[in-house]
Design a protein around this ligand. Structure first.
Ligand SMILES: Cc1cc2nc3c(=O)[nH]c(=O)nc-3n(C[C@H](O)[C@H](O)[C@H](O)COP(=O)(O)O)c2cc1C
Length: 196
């Protein structure tokens, strides 16, 4: 029996008219074609997190923490704003803590000339503090607006999808290894339940 992994795709922009929605929708659609993955989108524009830190009684914070807790792995879709990541993404990251811990994370980045890679390198430092394991490989779109067609898919669909699936091979390995390490008995119980 193949294992399945819950993956949360996190949109790193809540800007009105954002291009990030196009990139994230493609990522979600492509990842959903993988039978081993169950994929949800976390969208900061829909969560409507408060602009200052409040407790988990806030419905947006509670919803976020539940979605992160249910995930075995994360894919962050990030643009680059002034050589860094967005304030909205930092607000989202900081609104949770144990829900991130000891889980793997991969990046899809986009932007101008740098393809969002400066944001990714800074995010690696932030996630290290939260005990998140970030994947080496990144799917990066430089001059992103020119890389997608009018249907919202990458113009090089075959190559880009293959690169995304390839990156997920590593993410799935880590998702399985860390889930087993976090919950050593869960797998055994599942197998026993199936066998009985
Ligand atoms: C405030 C702001 C700052 C930006 N700074 C950079 C930058 O430093 N480097 C870059 O490559 N693109 C930069 N851009 C371009 C964005 O990466 C590009 O517009 C991208 O589409 C933004 O993501 P979004 O549309 O999903 O919000 C910036 C855009 C904005 C709005």
């Amino acid at each position: 029996m193949k294992e399945t992994y819950n993956v949360a795709v996190i949109l790193g922009s809540a800007r009105e008219g954002r291009f990030g929605e196009t990139v994230a929708n493609w990522a979600v659609e492509t990842l959903r074609s993988d039978q081993e993955l169950s994929v949800d989108l976390i969208d900061p524009a829909k969560l409507d997190l408060p602009s200052r830190h409040v407790g988990a009684e806030h419905p947006g914070v509670a919803e976020l923490q539940t979605a992160l807790a249910e995930a075995d792995a994360f894919v962050v879709v990030t643009p680059e704003y002034n050589h860094s990541f967005t304030g909205e993404l930092k607000l989202l990251i900081d609104a949770a803590k144990p829900q991130w811990k000891r889980k793997p994370l991969a990046f899809v980045s986009y932007g101008g000339m740098s393809g969002g890679l400066r944001a990714v390198e800074q995010l690696r430092l932030v996630f290290a503090e939260l005990h998140v394991v970030t994947m080496r490989d990144v799917i990066s779109f430089a001059h992103a607006h020119d890389k997608f067609d009018e249907t919202g898919r990458p113009k090089d669909l075959e190559g880009t999808n293959a690169a995304l699936h390839h990156m997920m091979t590593d993410l799935k390995w880590w998702a399985g290894a860390l889930r087993e390490a976090r919950y050593p008995h869960a797998k055994l119980q599942l197998l026993e339940a199936i066998a009985s």
